[in-house]
Design a protein around this ligand. Structure first.
Ligand code: FAD
Length: 321
């Protein structure tokens, strides 16, 4: 089997997102003996092809233009249409991020392609590529195939492991010239809101707080734990609605979907809408003073008690390690 698969290599704040490497691994599974071609769009993208090649890309296409310095769906979609026209790939992979989701739906609509979103696993059954994705807020998984034409998917970060880094791997790098016309929006400045330099949807360790954290000062206690563990802070909608923290931290059905290696839920009751965003985390630790709290149903480890005693004790314990 031979399929050429294009990967949109996503950058954020001047760095390659780790999900871009996971997308290359996903593309390898789809490609068989075909090529994995990564497209990098933006500013000074010439810096990144080598990193994509050592993680499995066969070719890297770089697209630079004065109107593509900051990502807009409009501009990036124009660039992608041009690349797709020239490359005629059999498959196309995006990260299941805000930008990836927007671009994938626009490109799929224009190309009249089948799109499977939020994919967490890819397998091959004889010649057929099967995509696994969660549904019913993560309570069940379904398997999907695209029956004809261009196969498009978005992959959920932290689910498909990247390939092993091979510093001796060889690939080619080509730059693509492109004209960008009639852009309706242009981003002139972005103001980053992420904490600890870590992006919530890609973080390996998340310490999340709920209404039980009581106030914004309570979140400082969680930040301390996140810092000693090398993780970042998230929140329930209860905590965001109460004004304890910013909505960019919200995890759940109407917030971010996360799958870290470790999720520590502090003062979160575990309502279904919150579970939708975190129940596929690899290990869940719940701290709650109510032994009947629903969060304990999905937790691997449960601590019944007051988070204001337990979290500082954990911080001290980790510092001793
Ligand atoms: P609560 O339910 O009030 O729970 C607080 C918990 O803290 C309790 O279990 C309590 O025992 C515990 N606690 C209190 N004090 C302490 C202490 N000192 N130590 C330890 N434990 C303590 N919610 C989301 O999170 N994400 C979403 O994306 C989301 N989307 C939604 C979409 C829709 C359409 C709707 C209707 C709701 C949505 N919700 C979402 C809201 C959701 O239903 C819950 O209301 C919310 O998750 C509750 O937040 P919470 O667990 O922080 O608060």
């Amino acid at each position: 089997m031979k399929r050429d698969v294009l990967v949109f290599g996503e950058l954020k704040s001047g760095n390659l997102r780790s999900v871009s490497f996971e997308a290359v691994a996903a593309a390898k599974k789809m490609a068989g003996d075909g090529q994995v071609v990564v497209v990098l769009i933006g500013e000074e993208v010439q810096r990144y092809p080598k990193e994509m090649i050592v993680y499995g890309a066969d070719r890297v296409l770089t697209v630079e233009h004065k109107n593509l310095k900051k990502a807009t769906t409009d501009g990036y979609a124009q660039a992608l249409f041009k690349v797709i026209e020239e490359e005629q790939p059999d498959g196309l992979i995006f990260a299941h991020t805000t930008l990836g989701k927007e671009l994938a739906s626009r490109v799929a609509s224009r190309m009249e392609a089948g799109l499977v979103s939020d994919v967490t696993g890819i397998s091959r059954e004889e010649e057929v590529i099967v995509f696994t994705r969660p549904f019913f807020s993560g309570r069940a998984f379904e398997k999907k195939v695209i029956t004809e034409g261009l196969m498009m998917v978005t992959i959920r970060p932290n689910n498909i492991p990247p390939l092993e880094r091979d510093p001796y791997r060889i690939g080619t790098v080509e730059s693509v010239d492109i004209e960008i016309e009639n852009l309706r929006t242009l981003i002139t400045e972005t103001i980053d809101n992420k904490r600890n330099g870590l992006d919530l949807s890609e973080a390996k360790i998340i310490v999340a707080g709920g209404r039980g954290v009581k106030n914004a000062e309570g979140f400082e206690t969680l930040e301390e734990l996140a810092e000693v563990l090398g993780g970042t802070v998230g929140a329930s909608r209860g905590a965001c609605d109460a004004g304890f923290c910013d909505y960019s931290l919200q995890i759940g059905q109407t917030g971010k979907v996360v799958t870290p290696d470790l999720y520590i839920a502090c003062g979160i009751s575990g309502d279904i809408q919150h579970l939708a965003g975190m129940s596929n985390s690899k290990m869940i630790v719940a701290i709650n003073k109510d032994p009947e709290a629903h969060i304990f149903n999905v937790a691997d480890y449960g601590i019944v008690g007051d988070l204001f005693e337990i979290v500082p004790a954990l911080v001290e314990e980790v510092k001793q390690m």
